[in-house]
Design a protein around this ligand. Structure first.
Ligand code: SF4
Length: 366
């Protein structure tokens, strides 16, 4: 029996399925990590070297998905520090210039009609490639509540805002009562039409998605959820159950992955991920190019290779199973895709089919 399986057997099922137990018993140091996997020299060195720079925290549930013997395991690489994080000449702390796009603390506004509302700094675990690694960490609720009130005042006073994405951190780390208070406050603002939750908990702590949570969320429709699966091994029965609860509560669930070198940057893995998501009724929505974020050079994939990867999916799986590959910039998202519109021949346009053949289509006059 592997050390992960042995550790799991020591934990009572009732505790294991209790999301608050999982939060209280998160893996936070090398000794606890060694209960789940055999840490490599590189991982041990990185845990010590990075302790003060970007914390390492993993839920026992997600730790149980890691391959105990393989440091290259795609689950393990997402959350266990590596020494490569120390060497990255191009990375910056805030690649999307979110600080400059913040009209009030915790609000990021790039577009006229919608905002990202960073409601907390805490996640169930900390992904090593996290865009907001400059700000995630534990925090104090009373100070947070005052800051949230200030942001709510700004939204009330800004009628152009019709779409609010609650992100963080992760909004589902809040208790049901805190999240209910926040959603109720937003719902009371007449110009806010759509609420969205950006959460990785269906992936990293699926037990958080309880029936009680879904009953509360249902009261705040129209509400959408975007989650964040990166690899087919994350599509466990527990994650499927969490997504099923959300969709049965009438919440459309989308997925935003990140293209990560050595984790999901090949056609077979991405296809298995996207088809698995669709089986769970989760729509693959975006796949992000990894940002030029400090300490993440080892995760970044050349954009041309990303474009080829998604070109390789076209025509080989259901169209709605293919996410849009995008680069997020301080000026909004930019779709990255192979140019299928090849050129013009008289009154025809030339397009390239998924098999690489050219098709001539009569082009209607403008
Ligand atoms: S769950 Fe999202 S916000 Fe939290 S550490 Fe991971 S990528 Fe960052």
């Amino acid at each position: 029996m592997s050390r992960a399986a042995a550790t799991r057997r020591e934990i009572a099922d009732a505790d294991w399925r209790d999301w608050t137990w999982q939060m209280r018993h998160r893996v936070r140091n090398a000794e606890e990590l060694a209960r789940w996997v055999r840490p490599s020299e590189d991982e041990r060195g990185a845990v010590a070297a990075l302790a003060e720079r970007f914390r390492f925290v993993i839920t026992p549930y997600y730790a149980s998905l890691m391959d105990p013997e393989d440091p290259e395991c795609p689950i393990r690489r997402q959350v266990v520090p590596r020494l490569a994080e120390l060497g990255d000449p191009h990375g910056v702390a805030d690649p999307l210039d979110e600080v400059a796009h913040s009209p009030v603390k915790n609000v990021v506004r790039v577009y006229e009609d919608r905002i990202a509302f960073c409601v907390n700094n805490e996640c169930a675990l900390y992904c090593r490639y996290c865009l907001r690694k400059r700000m995630v960490g534990d925090e104090d609720w009373s100070m947070r509540r005052r800051e949230l009130e200030t942001a709510l005042d700004w939204i009330r006073a800004t009628p152009a805002i019709r779409d609010v994405l609650l992100t963080g951190g992760d909004p589902l780390v809040f208790s049901d009562d805190r999240l209910d208070w926040l959603l109720t406050s937003l719902r009371a603002i007449p110009h806010v039409e759509i609420l969205r939750l950006g959460t990785r908990l269906p992936v990293t702590l699926p037990f958080r998605v309880t029936d009680a949570l879904c009953r509360m969320l249902e009261r705040h429709h129209p509400l959408w959820v975007n989650t964040h699966f990166n690899h087919p091994r994350e599509l466990t029965p527990e994650a499927a159950e969490a997504c099923d609860r959300l969709t049965r509560a009438g919440i459309p669930v989308g997925n935003q992955s990140v293209l990560l070198a050595g984790i999901n940057d090949d056609v077979a893995t991405m296809k298995a991920l996207c088809e698995g998501l669709v089986r769970l009724r989760v729509r693959p929505y975006y796949c992000y190019q990894a940002q030029l974020l400090e300490g993440t050079a080892h995760f970044r994939v050349p954009i041309e290779r990303g474009v080829e990867l998604f070109r390789g999916l076209r025509g080989r799986t259901s169209g709605f199973a293919i996410p849009q590959y995008v680069l997020d910039t301080p000026h909004g998202k930019v779709p990255l895709s192979h140019p299928h519109l090849v050129g013009r021949e008289g009154d025809h346009v030339l397009v390239e089919t998924f098999e690489g053949k050219l098709w001539r289509e009569l082009n209607p006059e403008c």
